[in-house]
Every structure is written in C-alpha cells, then in structure tokens.
Design a protein around this ligand. Structure first.
Ligand code: ZN
Length: 225
C-alpha cells in the first residue's frame, strides 16, 4: 500500500536514481527530488535530472556544494584525470571522499525543512566498486548520526542496496519506465546519454546488466507465450 507520507529522492538523472524516483512515486504519496552540483565531470547531468523530474512531474531542488571539487585526486571532479578501471587493492579514482555522507546530510537538512521523513537514495553495495560509502552499514550509521544531529526521525531508504544492474533494469521495467531509463538517463563518465560511450567503467556495468536483463526479458516473454 502506498504510504500517506512524502519522500525526498537524491536525484542525479542516472539509471539508479531515476529507478529510485519511480520506485518512490509508487511507494509514497508525494515525492520531491534534490540534485547536487558538486563539480562532477559533466554539468550536463543536472540538465538531464531537471528534464526527468519534469517528465515525472515532481519538484526538483538543486544544491551546490563546492568542497567536493576541491578533492583534486579523483577523476569525477577533476577533468584532468582520466577515469581508470578499479585497481585490485585500492579504491578506483572515481571515488569522491565524503560524497555520500555530505549529500545525505544536505538532503536531510532539506527534508527536515519540508517536514519530510523519508529519504530515498540509489546507493547499492552490490556493484559498489569498493566505495566505502555505498555500504549498508555506512547508510545505517549515517541515518543514526543525522537523526541525532538534526533531532529528526528520518528513514533513509535504499531500494537498490542488494540489487545488481540486471535486477535494477528489471525493476525499472516493472515500474513501467524501462524505456525512459534506457533513453533519457545519463550514467556514462564521458557524458554520453542513454547507452553511453560503452567503454567507461560505468557504461560497462550498466550495459552488461542491460544485456543480461534483455536476455532474461525475452525468455520471460516467450514463457508467457
Ligand atoms: Zn561511458
């Protein structure tokens, strides 16, 4: 049953957060979105997010945070550094230290001001590239700290936490937004919409999941006759 309450979705216009947005629309009576401009590789991302929010008919708030772009050793905020595949025993150079903690904190402050108790984020530890702030234990800990700090009762929902990309594609299909997610989102580190450049780590993950899901989908359709 749909909750009578409202939710705030952390929204970047990528595959995961777009799927989360439509998941939230199904689960909650009212949904708002918040996007962040933190000096990420492609500012275009914000425009994509705005467009999808309009299609989904939900308000979109943009928060600018410039501290993250000052962490100069990562390839997401420093264009001079090329995105590299994850080294075996180290974090990939797309890791932005502190990102999820800062974004969840800002989102919670905004949620509090709207009287919203539910936050939805696409954080997933399944394909998490080793990012420490994508783990469930981090989210649980952040929720606790944020509630202590803001005197709130906020619940952070992570519907994708244990889903791989194939299952996330399936979820978008079940939510009726498979085509929207496929054609209108931006996940590629090189800033190319939809199926992307096909070569960066983000595209590889997304497209491998898509290929697997399309096979599964075909099989399911055949079984249905
Ligand atoms: Zn790409």
């Amino acid at each position: 049953m749909k909750s009578e309450e409202s939710a705030l979705v952390l929204f970047s216009g990528g595959q995961d957060s777009t799927t989360c947005l439509f998941w939230a629309k199904k689960e909650f009576k009212e949904v708002r979105t918040v996007g962040f401009n933190y000096g990420q590789r492609h500012n275009y991302e914000v425009e994509v997010a705005k467009t999808i929010a309009k299609i989904a008919d939900v308000p979109f708030e943009l928060i600018t945070i410039d501290i993250l772009s000052k962490t100069i050793d990562n390839s997401l905020t420093n264009l001079a550094i090329e995105v590299q595949p994850k080294p075996e025993n180290a974090l990939p150079n797309t890791f932005v230290p502190g990102r999820n903690l800062i974004l969840l904190t800002y989102a919670s402050i905004l949620a509090r001001s709207f009287g919203i108790k539910h936050i939805v984020t696409g954080i997933s530890q399944t394909d998490f590239s080793g990012y420490p702030d994508c783990r469930e234990k981090f989210v649980k800990s952040a929720q606790k700290t944020i509630n202590l700090a803001l005197e709130t009762d906020i619940e952070i929902h992570t519907p994708l936490m244990f889903k791989n990309k194939e299952v996330i594609w399936q979820l978008s299909d079940e939510l009726g937004v498979f085509d929207l997610v496929r054609h209108n989102t931006l996940t590629c580190y090189n800033g190319i919409m939809a199926d992307g450049c096909g070569k960066c780590p983000s595209c590889l993950l997304r497209n491998n999941g898509l290929t697997r899901y399309l096979k599964k989908r075909e099989k399911l359709l055949r079984q249905k006759g």
